[in-house]
Ligand binder design. Structure first.
Ligand code: HEC
Ligand code: HEC
Length: 365
């Protein structure tokens, strides 16, 4: 090789060094900027809904919501690393499970159907079918420890997360400390779940005068909101909004909608130990209902047709049955085939495609 070539190669090495060295230096941990808490607020979009009831001691920050999202999709939360919250709360199904009874890491099934997770920020009356968790943060770590669900101890979860520098950094950003605790895990999950909002269904566009409903959807809408009237069949409705009311199609109460005459699952009474609550369950939102089959706390109905048939003709008497339903129990709602088709057409307008495709809620790992 000629001398000229040698000089050229040496020169190239020097230039490469000049480029590589400073970047290599940056990798030195001592010169890396320290990770700090970042309280930049998370901007929640919710259209024309009223302001949410988020607990002031855990307002949403970008860092907190993101950490909660990481945890929601984190297999380390389960004993054998096979399961995440999303295993039973799938975004495609409005964060609900398609299985009647979700299967936990031990292959065992619980006795209740999973619940859809959205618009939790407006929920002011406890969580679960029986309302046994007062705040989302109390709810959040229960599935981790439930032997029928993720079957893992909080100590183990903390140890696993603490062995990850990435997680420690995210806990610092969200809460100012790398010391991971049950509280900070549950606060992060609470923030993420509070950030999950569904407000852009066809029905919302209809309310905003952006689209029209089809004649069938519109008829279904009227039946849904209209009270039952046995004397004037022509203007008698299905009175669904008696309980599934307001912008979120629920009333924050626990009620008995006549599924059974005797109860294997005593529902709300499990949490309150009050016999007047036997057989009462949470009145859940009907938004995205087309995506969340099977239905009811025990997933007994596969289809919305079956649900309507229950309300139409299947309501069972018991001492805690809702009084309005008791009044219509004997006659039934007298919905004919077309009424049921129209009601289902209306329920389908509550599906929010933007929500289930929202990239802010997907697996961040
Ligand atoms: C094995 C399936 C399974 C896993 C895993 C699971 N859940 Fe659930 N989830 C359920 C079931 C079943 C219910 C209803 C339980 C009940 O009422 O007793 C539920 C209910 C809920 C509710 C109540 C919603 C409401 O409207 O009251 C929230 C919130 C929730 N889960 C969040 C989570 C979080 C957070 C995780 C992960 C830490 C998680 N779930 C993991 C099955 C699961
Ligand atoms: C008296 C109050 C009440 C009325 C009236 C009522 N519901 Fe419900 N609804 C409930 C309660 C409570 C539940 C949960 C019951 C359970 O799971 O045990 C429920 C559950 C549902 C579910 C299943 C939700 C899920 O995620 O599994 C659907 C669908 C539903 N109702 C539709 C309707 C329709 C349509 C009407 C009108 C024909 C109606 N409801 C009238 C109280 C009511």
């Amino acid at each position: 090789m000629k001398r000229k070539t040698y000089t050229l190669i040496t020169l190239l090495f020097i230039i490469a060094g000049l480029i590589i060295l400073p970047t290599a230096c940056k990798k030195d941990p001592t010169s890396e900027p320290a990770v700090e808490q970042d309280n930049t607020p998370y901007i929640l979009s919710y259209g024309s809904f009223p302001a949410p009831a988020i607990t002031p001691d855990n307002l949403l920050s970008n860092a907190g919501v993101f950490l909660g999202r990481m945890l929601f999709y984190e297999p380390m939360l389960s004993k054998d690393g096979s399961m995440t919250c999303a295993s039973c709360h799938n975004q495609n199904n409005a964060f609900d499970d398609t299985a009647r009874f979700s299967t936990g890491v031990r292959g065992l099934k619980g006795g209740r159907q999973a619940m859809a997770i959205f618009n939790m920020a407006w929920n002011t009356n406890n969580f679960f079918w029986d309302g046994r968790a007062e705040l989302l943060r109390h709810q959040a770590t229960k599935p981790i420890q439930d032997p029928l669900e993720m079957d893992e101890s909080i100590e183990n979860v903390i140890a696993k997360l603490s062995s990850s520098q990435k997680y420690k950094d995210h806990f610092i950003r969200a809460f100012g400390s790398a010391d991971i605790t049950e509280l900070t895990i549950s606060l992060a999950l609470e923030q993420f779940m509070n950030s999950i909002v569904s407000y852009q269904s066809k029905y919302d566009d209809f309310l905003a005068n952006k689209v029209n409903l089809t004649p069938s959807e519109n008829r279904g809408r009227k039946l849904f909101f209209q009270e039952y009237n046995q004397f004037i069949p022509d203007s008698s409705g299905a009175d669904c909004a008696h309980c599934h009311s307001g912008f979120n199609f629920e009333n924050d109460r626990y009620m008995n909608n006549g599924l059974d005459a005797t109860f294997t699952d005593s529902g709300r009474a499990k949490a309150t130990l009050n016999s007047r609550d036997v057989g009462k369950f949470k009145v859940v939102s009907l938004r995205n209902i087309a995506l969340t089959a099977p239905y009811m706390h025990d997933g007994r109905f596969q289809t919305l047709e079956q649900v309507l048939e229950h309300y139409n003709n299947g309501v069972k008497a018991s001492s805690t049955l809702d009084p309005a339903m008791e009044q219509t129990r004997a006659t039934g709602l007298r919905l004919d085939v077309q009424d049921k088709l129209d009601l289902i057409a209306f329920l389908n307008t509550l599906t929010d495609q933007q929500f289930i495709n929202n990239s802010e809620y997907t697996n961040p790992h």
